[in-house]
Design a protein around this ligand. Sequence first.
Ligand SMILES: Cc1cc2nc3c(=O)[nH]c(=O)nc-3n(C[C@H](O)[C@H](O)[C@H](O)COP(=O)(O)OP(=O)(O)OC[C@H]3O[C@@H](n4cnc5c(N)ncnc54)[C@H](O)[C@@H]3O)c2cc1C
Length: 385
Amino acid sequence: MFEPTEDQQLVARTVREFVERDVMPVAAEMEHRDEYPHALVETMKELGLFGLNVPEAYGGSAIDYTAFAMVFEELSRGWMGLAGVIGTHSVLCDVLTRFGTEDQKRRFLPGLARGEPRGGICLSEPNAGTDLQAIATVARRDGDGYRVTGSKMWVTNGRYGQVFLLLAKTDPDAEPAHRGMGAFVVEKGEPGLTVGRDIGKVGYKTVETVDLHFEDFPVPAANLIGGVEGEGFKQVMTGLEAERLNIAARGLGVARAAFEEAIRYAQQRRTFGKPIAQHQTIQAKLAEMATRIEASRLLVYSASAKKDRRERCDLEAGMAKLFATETASEVSLEAMRILGGNGFSTDFPVERHYRDAPLLLIGGGTNELQRLIIARQLLEKHAID
Ligand SMILES: Cc1cc2nc3c(=O)[nH]c(=O)nc-3n(C[C@H](O)[C@H](O)[C@H](O)COP(=O)(O)OP(=O)(O)OC[C@H]3O[C@@H](n4cnc5c(N)ncnc54)[C@H](O)[C@@H]3O)c2cc1C
């Protein structure tokens, strides 16, 4: 059973009201124009959505993981791209909160909690995504700081964000490679950092995803997270664990949105003298969709509850991410079928959900990788020797 507390319900209700009042009426048009949602982002700042996982001592609200997931579900029900504006920003906040030095937390977290500046993460490169140990970006020691050289690809929030979590090699010869990596906070401003092109995408539009190029870019040693080299890979991986849950919750939100559209339409559209909802084939689809959504909900919120109890939940979070995002993809396609030709039309929101859903299969660790991680943990858990 998932029974949210009053506080959790209040958080979800606040975001739902924002989404229904401000987001849903404009999402389709803005998304098709690929227009950045500046005004909506301002309201998100006022609602405190940039400081959800920042401790109160540094200006955030530090809500629990369950409420955090509920925020991502509600935002994604309206517009998944908006969840993207706070998604990687939250990963940066998470890694800083957990591993940053006191000085780093004091310098960065209060601003990030207000959404001024906003953040993102620079991990993937043109030749390394799933296999992050294969990155080529290097942070070379230079006097009191480092000089970063390399190209990062797929940086969500890379144009309007100002502060990034960057993974780079501090010792390119280290074996295994992860022992020679550091995680840094990099800030725009110095010469040597160029924002490249906006990558064209089939969905997840509006939130920008760009290339960032570093050429001898200076980063103070004080920005090496935790002040230690060799820990970056571990720090980043822990941050991605938290991201898995927010991506699972986004899947739940997208699936819900597509289902709600489909079940409404099925009762209005008539063929052969009755609403299509009265045809058994359509009923079977609706039943299947709703069942998968309910199963996703239980997986997402049982994983978040475990995390809130400070229990290990990487297996459960992985399962939730896998199932809820596959569900988003399947349900949005089924919704499109239920709407018939209108499902394929840009006049209805289903086509947007259909285009947004596949990112969730890729981001936060692809679902292929997710299956491997789940299987590895199952084999550990059930080892016979
Ligand atoms: C819209 C968008 C936004 C993004 N935002 C960010 C961001 O803000 N910051 C950031 O750092 N990155 C970001 N990414 C990058 C994302 O994290 C990577 O695309 C993802 O990790 C996959 O890496 P890849 O694209 O290099 O695919 P690859 O790693 O090349 O994988 C290709 C295929 O091979 C499969 N595969 C790889 N290894 C294995 C294996 N061992 N076993 C089985 N199958 C395997 C993968 O599952 C995939 O199907 C974003 C991506 C997208 C599309």
